[in-house]
Ligand binder design. Structure first.
Ligand SMILES: [Zn+2]
Length: 283
């Protein structure tokens, strides 16, 4: 009789609690599907899907013939999605651009990978670097799913003092992306105009930012982006002292092996750009 009662008790518990479990499970699935907007605590999003480290293949190292200059377009994006100004590239336009790269067999590589290839005089044809400035949450929401779809990578420059603020990614997202092969680079603590600051203040902006990011990622970073593209000789020396190896400006042209690695130019990609313009930038 005692066993009989026990089984009835278990059956009652399953009947009462079962639907609760199902509801909890469905809620979590919906949260995952909606991504970053689903929860105020983003770490919840990764509970069911642990962040596995993704090892992306290194680009091939094919030496360039003597005398030939290595060239690679480095593209500059800010926001992906619908927004009020030219810095917002519509998600559909971004997807068309990534699909074009995919169809043309143009490989996306990170800035540090590109710098190593340029410096070593390796062939960088059929390669492109995608950079995203400021660490906006639209990268995680809109760009990242498309990059994943086409198995592409990128370099994201975060402003460590703004990580976690409204409109910006939080550290859980930044760390997750780093584990997925996205390169994280420095973009200062607060995005000041570095050449206009006192030397100690500029140094703090560069060094403290790098320390913050490296502490979060648990690894060194080597790429930097000058806020609003502003730099001078002193700022470049500070980057070297801080241990940076590559930096991007907002000078609008293709990068080449003749460029200094701390002054790499980029092509800006803007709202309303035609696919024809994009094709010219990356060919
Ligand atoms: Zn910026």
């Amino acid at each position: 009789m005692a066993w009989h009662k026990f089984f009835i008790l278990i059956a009652l518990m399953v009947a009462l609690l079962g639907p609760q479990f199902i509801r909890i499970s469905q809620h979590s699935e919906a949260d995952l599907a909606r991504g970053v907007q689903a929860s105020s605590n983003p770490s919840e999003q990764y509970d069911e899907k642990p962040a596995l480290e993704v090892i992306k293949p290194e680009p091939a190292r094919i030496p360039l013939p003597d005398g030939q200059v290595g060239r690679i377009p480095i593209l500059m994006y800010h926001q992906i999605g619908s927004g009020p100004d030219c810095m917002w590239v519509e998600t559909s336009a971004f997807r068309a651009q990534m699909q074009y790269l995919h169809e043309q067999g143009i490989q996306t590589i990170t800035l540090s990978q590109a710098a190593a290839l340029l410096q070593g005089h390796y062939d960088t044809s059929k390669m492109v670097v995608l950079t995203f400035d400021d660490g906006y949450d639209t990268f995680y929401q809109h760009a990242w799913p498309i990059l994943q779809e086409f198995n592409q990578t990128a370099t994201v420059f975060v402003i460590s003092g703004l990580v976690g603020n409204p409109g910006y990614m939080n550290w859980d997202q930044v760390k997750f992306l780093s584990l997925q092969g996205i390169e994280i680079g420095g973009h200062t603590l607060t995005h000041p105009l570095l050449p206009d600051m006192s030397a100690p203040s500029a140094q703090k902006e560069i060094e403290q930012d790098k320390t913050n990011i490296e502490a979060q990622l648990g690894q060194a970073i080597s790429s930097f982006c000058y806020p609003t593209g502003r730099y001078d000789g002193q700022i470049q020396r500070m980057l070297v002292e801080a241990g940076y190896e590559n930096a991007v400006t907002m000078v609008q042209r293709e990068a080449s092996s003749q460029d200094r690695l701390l002054l790499l130019p980029r092509w800006g990609v803007y709202q309303g750009d035609s696919l024809a313009r994009f094709e010219k930038l990356v060919k």
